[in-house]
Design a protein. Structure first.
Length: 656
DNA sequence: ATAGGGTTACAA
DNA sequence: TTGTAACCCTAT
């Protein structure tokens, strides 16, 4: 195969920085989870989620981190039965499958795995019973409960509860979902300790007050405060730090290279557009030196927290316990990493609670939460959460479901006091009943299509209509002439026309639909039809964008969707300038789709994100190495054959 | 395990 | 119906 692995050495600045960001946000997400600030957790995971779609310097530990995020976000939503990450499953069932993936990739002691599985299943039972979903509870009982002796007792108990339709019982009352969450977090943390992210280290070493514990060159020259409390690093200092850290992390780009690129970028960034990329707080027009425009400076500036940085100093070196990346040709991140909290791997699953508080400072490490929050609140990133997709059924087609409202879940409060585990955080178990999940929706200001893509060519979405299917083989797909004049009426219809390519700034509320993918020029950007539909009604169909986004599951066999009434939608600000926005709209890694339905997953449409992984995988390993690709990305429920088929489809559609 | 033809479930 | 993305089946 034509391995295109060759030039993997030269990483783009984006890849490198995305990796830093990735590490950072994963770290933040875990911290938030630990602090029971689940709102923040979802914000961070959504940032991570979108980051992953961009080119990123994938280290082998990335997969591990992604899996952890997937796992925790499913756990986090496990008490919301109307959400789904993978169609037919409840969040906790999805967590089980992610657990399988985790166990496959990492060496998890069998006993531990069992324990966790059991905990998840029992919790799922409790959740089902509490919410009166007895039939589902029964299913769970049948499909997941093993006959293992140790669970026999509970099984019996659950069985009788199900039979008697009892949704209250001392056992049910006793279990606390929040404890369960923390238990799961403990499991994850015992399994994999996330090293302090590069960005934080950098920040700390730069002597930033909020982070550093090390007196690092207290030379006042090293940093100077300027307006807004931002810290300015001297170029020299930065270079120094970079040198050390880049080596440690195996970053191959030299400082000057980076600087050059940044300068270059910085110039370009003058244009108003690039704002969405990085959680920009309103950027100070007052310019700063080129290097100040980089991520680092951005991270650096924030309110100075006078928090105890102490903890940072005393931490002891730490090593990653499990690595096991599929292919680790890259230097592992085995560098001693510091870790502040004391939770050691030996802690028993139950001792966690006390320790939790002591770790708060960790998350304070970077006081730039404000910025992050802004980010979260700001258009692009915030989305995530979940959305819902539902299959449209002719019958209930008429019933429009959900009207969405703009709702900031706890938003306002949150912005002001980002770090604090406000609202949701403390609530033990966010019961869906109480507040039917944070459904957030937003208005989308979108330009539906990527300009450039259009400019290039609006290839018809699929090759001409073939009259005969098989007879003409792949040649047509692969070789075919690029410019395909031919366009069926259908195509015409679907194809967004040039007129549209001029950033149609339109205010709309979409359901997941805002799929703008630069990656798939050919795609029939969800067009008017879709748009209208979304606007008015709901979530009904979405199959139009299917291939890219919503993993909508299709039909639900016979039964009408039960909880289907309220679906969640999600929308987001799509910056018109949205350079490369490539949000995986829907269901992605961490966010769930809702609209649960109990249908056998008949068809699982490919999400944008999955397609991105696939592309990246092919770029990295070459087409044909499906199994390798599959194991290198956090695919869930995709087989190598699925990947291969999807690739074939993508080729056919010229999405690649 | 992968390639590629055949089948199926949907949307239009 | 028809077209097709996702899936299935099977030879290699």
């Amino acid at each position: 195969m034509g391995e295109s692995v060759g030039e993997a050495r030269s990483l783009s600045d984006e890849q490198i920085i995305n990796r830093w960001s990735f590490d950072y946000y994963v770290f933040k997400a875990l911290s938030a989870f630990r602090d029971a600030d689940y709102t923040a957790f979802t914000h961070f995971t959504s940032i991570v989620e979108s980051l992953v779609v961009r080119p990123v310097d994938g280290h082998s530990d990335m997969i591990v981190k992604l899996r952890c995020m997937q796992f925790l976000s499913r756990i986090n939503n496990g008490d919301k039965l109307d959400l789904t990450f993978e169609e037919p499953k409840t969040p906790l069932e999805s967590a089980l499958s992610v657990l399988e993936d985790i166990c496959r990739d990492m060496s998890v002691p069998p006993r531990e795995k069992e324990r966790v599985q059991q905990a998840i299943i029992e919790t799922l039972m409790v959740v089902c019973l509490r919410s009166g979903e007895f039939t589902r509870a029964e299913e769970v009982l049948l499909t997941h409960f093993s006959d293992a002796a140790d669970s026999a007792g509970k099984r019996k108990l659950f069985e009788s509860l199900v039979r008697r339709r009892r949704s209250s019982h001392s056992v049910l009352q006793l279990s606390s979902y929040s404890d369960f969450k923390q238990d799961m977090l403990d499991f994850i943390e015992r399994l994999y300790r996330v090293p302090e992210p590069f960005l934080l280290q950098m920040l700390r070493r730069s002597g930033h007050p909020g982070v550093s514990s090390e007196p690092v060159t207290s030379s006042s020259q090293e940093r100077q405060k300027d307006h807004g409390g931002a810290v300015r690093l001297s170029l020299r200092g930065l270079r120094q730090v970079y040198g050390v850290l880049s080596e440690r992390y195996g970053v191959s780009v030299s400082f000057s290279q980076l600087q050059q690129e940044l300068e270059h970028q910085d110039e370009q960034e003058q244009s108003p557009e690039l704002h969405l990329a990085l959680s920009e707080t309103p950027r100070d027009p007052e310019s700063q030196p080129p290097y100040a425009g980089m991520t680092i400076s951005r991270l650096v500036q924030e309110d100075d927290s006078q928090l105890s940085d102490q903890g940072q100093d005393t931490r002891s070196p730490h090593r990653i316990l499990v690595t096991s990346g599929p292919e680790s040709d890259e230097p592992e991140l085995q560098t001693p990493v510091t870790r502040s909290h004391s939770r050691s791997s030996s802690t028993s699953p139950h001792d966690r609670s006390p320790a939790r508080h002591t770790q708060k400072h960790i998350r304070m490490v970077l006081s730039s939460d404000v910025e992050l929050e802004d980010h979260a609140a700001s258009p692009p990133s915030r989305c995530s959460s979940r959305q819902q997709q539902k299959k449209k059924k002719k019958s209930d087609h008429s019933e429009s479901e959900c009207v969405l409202m703009e709702e900031e879940d706890g938003g306002s409060a949150q912005v002001s006091s980002p770090a604090r585990p406000s609202s949701s955080s403390s609530s033990p178990a966010v019961r869906r009943s109480a507040r039917d999940t944070p459904r957030q929706s937003r208005m989308v200001l979108s330009s539906d299509v990527e300009l450039e893509d259009h400019a290039v060519s609006p290839p018809s979405r699929r090759s001409s209509r073939k009259q005969q299917k098989k007879s003409d083989h792949s040649e047509s797909a692969l070789v075919s002439s690029p410019a395909r004049p031919r366009r069926s009426d259908r195509d015409t219809q679907n194809q967004s026309q040039s007129s549209e390519s001029e950033c149609v700034v339109e205010l709309e509320v979409k359901d997941g639909g805002s799929c703008i993918q630069h990656s798939t020029p050919a795609r029939p950007s969800s067009t008017d039809t879709q748009r209208h539909r979304n606007r008015s009604v709901t979530v009904s169909s979405e199959s139009e964008e299917h291939s890219e986004s919503p993993a909508v599951k299709t039909s639900r066999r016979s039964s009408p969707s039960p909880g289907g009434a309220h679906k969640r939608r999600r929308a987001r600000w799509q910056d018109v300038s949205g350079t490369h926005e490539n949000w995986s709209d829907e269901e992605s890694l961490f966010s769930s789709t809702s609209g649960r339905s109990s249908k056998k997953s008949s068809r699982k449409m490919w999400t944008v994100q999955e397609s991105e992984w696939l592309k990246e995988g092919v770029r990295r390993f070459g087409a044909g190495h499906w199994e390798k690709i599959r194991s290198s990305f956090p695919f869930t429920e995709r087989t190598a054959v699925n990947l291969k088929d999807r690739w074939r489809t993508m080729l056919k559609l010229r999405l690649v």
